[in-house]
Write a protein that binds this ligand. Sequence first.
Ligand code: CDP
Length: 218
Amino acid sequence: MRERLVIAIDGPAGAGKSTIAKKIAKILKLEYIDTGAMYRALTLKAIEEGVDPEDTEAILELIGSTSIYFKDNHIYLDGTRVDEEIRQNIVSRNVSKIAKIKEVREKMVELQRELAKSGSVIMDGRDIGTVVLPDANYKFFVTASVEERARRRYKELIESNQKVTYDQVLSQIKERDRIDSTREISPLQKSPDAYEIDTTNKTIEQCVDEIVDIIEGR
Ligand code: CDP
């Protein structure tokens, strides 16, 4: 039997990480863990409860009374499935403010390491190769130009009937990149031992093939 395989995928918003990670999980029979969904779930709860994402104390109080877990590839917030709700643009606009809080990250990283313990996994996020799973067997840093990332996200939002313009999405992505890359605790950065995959002019299939070839040593 193959030994446990641990793969880390990091990169900025809209680079294609989660689509790529899901496909690789299927091909290599790994469990897929979407860490962004966990930060999004907490953000959704803050919005629903009317808690200001920048009020650190209130967010910490909230996290103490919140349960976030995955079951059969779905994310649950306090026992309710919230796959669609966490993709709302209001959540995207606020998530980075919550994700930069030190205690929030400590709690999430602890949960993520626990999830990765049991078997072969592919985990995507911002700090997986650098902080959460520094001993991963393979690390990838997936990027694309900011305009291309905004185009992809705009298309997704329009397809799910959300009202936004391309320019709004572009400026929101730039703002999220800025917060994620400049925060004090585990900022988004490429781990020196990660393979960089630029998806700008490639199809998802090409990126998936490139990554699988590296893992299988072709
Ligand atoms: O799918 P998208 O690239 O838009 O974002 P995501 O992966 O769902 O992550 C949403 C946000 O959560 C990011 O912009 C980060 O602020 C935060 N995040 C993080 O700080 N660390 C992670 N490991 C994953 C997400």
